[in-house]
Design a binder for this molecule. Structure first.
Ligand code: F6R
Length: 620
């Protein structure tokens, strides 16, 4: 949450910062701001509430010129989305500016103390307090030579950070130290982009990939000093930092919209490729199994696993719920799902043969990271299933597997979800083949996995038909989603997609739960979406559908190609190609993604940037 980018180079900073903010807007879009050190040594600051467009308009034809600057796009935590609360924030002297992502938990006490000493605050944010604290430490630096402003600034950042508790990714700039930026992180992501005669600090690599593919993923407690042709990474306490320069694995083009009107639609349509990328090089015909070398576990260690705990938030948690069914069906290993935010504060019993698996697209979700650290603190091996290469969860886990979905920018998770399901199936296959699964069953799963991309293409061909259905129900006051077994989590995921981008109430349920309460909601106006492929619970699903129809509730059914029977019961039927039961959710969720997309567009909602949300939830 919140995106920050700093630039120091030989060019005018403003275009770099605005372009970087555009790419980071998915992280928060309540307000934005930019501060550039101008040629006369003053700080030009522009900031305002609302979308980045507002800031662009405000800057208009009076762009600030200067080769060093910092900027921010906000997702409000402390204080409403107003001009005053937008970042960057000045210190008391007006000579230092700061951008911050994270939460300073003890800000109120610090603010009270500073106010008692005469500091005046212009915003309600916790971040401004940190700016004042650093500015004060800068003024009070005694141990460092007066003339060395850069050293003084670094020492001030170090000293101030000792006083705060909470999380931060910060970038700081001071008029006394032109062409010099200081960044630090704890709990909020920060990367360094290394260019030619220009360097960057940003919340993620997508902000800098148009200019460089050399990046350093900072660790917690790292501090970085940046000039146009020089960088230094150390620990905040002054110790040596362990870092390396990595190559970003995607290009600037990958983060462009192309011909699509929205990232969400683009990402839905990328699924044939993203699913293929998830399994490419990981299928073994010889062993009728999967190869997941990144887990870094020997066959013996994998055999010893007698329980799996899958952890995630939101859509990643729904993928985990599908994973529970898949892994148990394929390997018979008892598998449980924990919501990451619950897991980290709960004393979940684990034993030495329990494998904890954290699932996260961004690899930065603070609750998932907290869960990972909690399990590691207890001495457990924690693996991860992550999309963003070099992200904190990927780096801190003891092994794992990357999704290789490419950047997912639309706030609603789409392609990452189907990649997660694909990889959880590979995990189930690998573990199953180490136990009782036969070669022929393993081969069948491999065949079906390989067939997925083409089957997904078939589903996508129905886009226009799904749009028609969405338009038909666009005035609906809400939506119910129902599914069973492997597709219970598909129902939850479909409902989440609808809620988050269309702002109508939607809820997902196990179909048979209808009659235990939910059926009271059924009216002529409330559509129910049934995920009802021709599987082992098809007839049961059909009975639930009949119960809804008997009460005049409209029904949209997702079922298997060739199964015409549901035309008789349902008002609208969407067909997906046949596959094995455990892979059906990958196909069935796609019509649900498209349904919510078209629904949201028809309701004039901002599909890629739904209200109150941000893509990467890096605050608790
Ligand atoms: C829903 C959605 C969120 C994320 C959740 C976890 O469409 O995108 O629910 O799934 O915030 O994010 P990651 O996977 O980045 O940990």
């Amino acid at each position: 949450m919140c995106g920050i980018i700093g630039y120091v180079g030989k060019e005018d900073a403003t275009p770099y910062l605005l372009d970087g903010l555009r790419r980071l807007e998915y992280r928060g879009y309540d307000s934005s701001g930019i501060a550039v050190l101008d040629k006369d040594g003053g700080i030009n600051l522009q900031k305002c509430a609302g979308r980045l467009e507002n800031l662009r308009r405000q800057i208009g034809d009076k762009p600030e010129s200067g080769c060093c600057g910092i900027s921010h796009t906000r997702w409000a935590t402390h204080g409403e989305a107003t001009d005053e609360n937008a970042h960057p924030h000045f210190d008391q002297s007006g000579k230092l500016v700061l951008v911050h992502n994270g939460v300073i938990e003890n800000y109120q006490k610090l603010r009270d103390d500073l106010e008692a000493d005469g500091h005046q605050f212009l915003s309600q944010t916790d971040s401004e307090v940190l700016g004042h604290l650093i500015g004060l430490a800068y003024e009070n630096q005694n141990g460092v030579k007066e003339s060395n402003s850069e050293e003084r600034l670094v020492a001030a950042v170090r000293e101030a950070l000792k006083k705060v508790s909470g999380t931060y990714g910060i970038v700081v700039m001071h008029v006394d130290a032109p062409g010099f930026l200081v960044g630090a992180r704890l709990g909020s992501p920060l990367i360094v982009g290394l260019g030619k005669d220009e360097n960057f600090l940003a919340s993620d690599v997508s902000a800098v990939v148009a200019h460089t593919s050399d990046a350093i993923y900072l660790n917690d407690y790292d501090l970085v000093c940046l000039k146009s042709d020089e960088f230094k990474v150390e620990r905040i306490d002054g110790g040596a930092a362990d870092f390396q320069v990595s190559q970003v694995e995607f290009s600037a083009e990958d983060v462009e919209l192309g011909d699509y009107p929205h990232y969400m639609l683009k990402e839905i349509f990328e699924q044939p490729e993203s699913i293929e990328n998830a399994f490419r090089g990981r299928l073994s015909d010889e062993e009728a199994s999967a190869m997941l070398g990144g887990l870094q576990m020997s066959p013996q260690e994998l055999r010893d696993v007698d329980r799996i705990v899958l952890v995630g938030c939101g859509s990643a948690c729904h993928a985990a719920m599908a994973g529970e069914h898949i892994i148990e069906a394929l390997s018979r290993i008892p598998t449980e799902v924990e919501i990451a935010s619950e897991f980290r504060y709960r004393n979940v019993p684990l034993d030495k043969h329990t494998l904890v698996f954290v699932i996260s697209q961004s690899g930065e979700t603070i609750d998932s990271l907290g869960a990972l650290r909690e399990a590691q603190r207890k001495g457990f091996r924690v693996l991860s299933l992550v999309n963003a290469v070099g992200s904190t969860i990927a780096r801190e886990s003891d092994g794992g597997t990357y999704m290789h979905s490419g950047p997912e920018i639309g706030v609603a998770a789409t392609k990452s979800f189907t990649s997660q399901l694909t990889l959880l199936t590979l995990l189930g296959l690998l573990l199953g083949r180490m136990r009782d699964m036969s070669v022929s069953d393993g081969q069948e799963i491999l065949r079906e996995i390989r067939a997925l991309p083409d089957k997904v293409r078939e589903v996508l061909k129905q886009n226009e038909r799904i749009k028609e259905i969405a338009l038909k129900y666009v005035e609906a006051p809400g939506m119910l989603y129902l599914g069973r077994q492997f597709n219970y989590s598909t129902a939850l995921e479909g409902a989440l997609k609808m809620k988050e981008i269309s702002y109508i109430f939607a809820s997902g349920h196990a179909s048979a739960e209808l009659k235990h309460g939910v059926i009271a909601l059924i009216t002529e106006d409330l559509p129910s979406v049934f995920v009802a492929p021709k599987d082992s619970v098809y007839e049961k699903n059909m009975s639930s559908m009949e119960e809804v129809k008997a009460r005049k509730g409209p029904v949209i059914a997702i079922t298997t190609e060739g199964n015409q029977e549901l035309e008789r019961i349902a008002d609208d039927v969407i067909y997906v190609p046949d596959t094995i039961e455990c892979l059906n959710p990958i196909l069935s969720v796609i019509p649900l993604q498209l349904l919510s997309y078209h629904f949201a567009v028809a309701r004039d909602c901002d599909v890629d940037k739904p209200r109150n949300l941000a893509k990467s939830v890096t605050v608790e």
